[in-house]
Design a protein around this ligand. Sequence first.
Ligand SMILES: Nc1ncnc2c1ncn2[C@@H]1O[C@H](COP(=O)(O)OP(=O)(O)O)[C@@H](O)[C@H]1O
Ligand SMILES: N[C@@H](CCOP(=O)(O)O)C(=O)O
Length: 313
Amino acid sequence: MSVFTKVSHAELREFLKQYPVGELIGFQGIGEGVENTNYFVDTTDGRWVLTLFERLNVDDLPFFLGLMEHLAAHGFASAMPLHTRAGGALTSLNGKPAALVRRLTGQSVLFPDLEQCRQVGRALGELHVIGLSYPGRCANARGAAWREQTGRLLAQKTTDAAVRALIEDELAAQARLDLGALPQGVIHADLFRDNVLFVDDRLTGVIDFYYACNDALAYDLAVTLNDWCFEPDGRLNPARWQAMTAAYRARRELSEAERAQWPLVLRAAALRFWLSRLYDWTFPREGDVVHIKDPEPYRRILVHHREHAPPAW
Ligand SMILES: Nc1ncnc2c1ncn2[C@@H]1O[C@H](COP(=O)(O)OP(=O)(O)O)[C@@H](O)[C@H]1O
Ligand SMILES: N[C@@H](CCOP(=O)(O)O)C(=O)O
């Protein structure tokens, strides 16, 4: 995606003076991602990622950066945010809130193998357990209220009667789900394949904590399974699903209440991303290199969960 906010060599060189990173060698805009402006930055003292936060609520940024720091301090593979000489991790550049974090090694995978699915399940369980000791609090920006409001807007806007009917019917079903009654904690909320880095079969990084928040832990597992365990043709991959859930459960077992609500939780997670992608298609943003994702895969995943029981535990 998205280089929304351009940064010149001179602007970046000046910006970096506040950090103990040595001299600027070079930098490059990053095309992936959906939400923010990101640059790879190389200096004489290391390799970094500069993020300019385009739309996020600036009041929420300390939560995200503090969480990344808390997780990294507990040995989790998240990127450590850098502090300026003045002490803060959150700065600004060209009118946008900004942060500089350590660049992690590895690449994301589009077609994960079973070991990679196991490692993601284990890492998510670790994240949830370590997150219990994180004192920060942040509401889910894509929570039930957002899903209801955005669904209503898109149902009204669309000219496709089937889309309208699906949104309205699913919102009615979601009214029966109270995620707040399920075990709560810190969740990543966007643990897609493009946000996990590997070197061969070894998980080396988890990135993009900018939807992290306090919400139902089972919802986070559902978000992750929905992205990692469906094939491009829309079929669920049961081997990946089992590998990921077993590894997660080895770190945190699901409660009876989570199991009872599990089908609706899976649907809530699918609905969230169908709606956000549908929104981005319906109301596209200006940007230098804008990468908007196809909503159709998430409509299909939602329909799958409406029509099929989830794999047995
Ligand atoms: N700490 C990091 N280490 C290595 N690569 C990173 C790091 N943070 C971001 N990236 C790269 O930048 C891309 C976009 O980052 P991401 O946080 O997903 O963007 P957005 O906030 O727009 O969703 C990622 O797909 C990855 O290639
Ligand atoms: N990983 C998500 C992108 C983040 O969601 P959005 O609310 O910023 O669109 C996806 O692939 O849709």
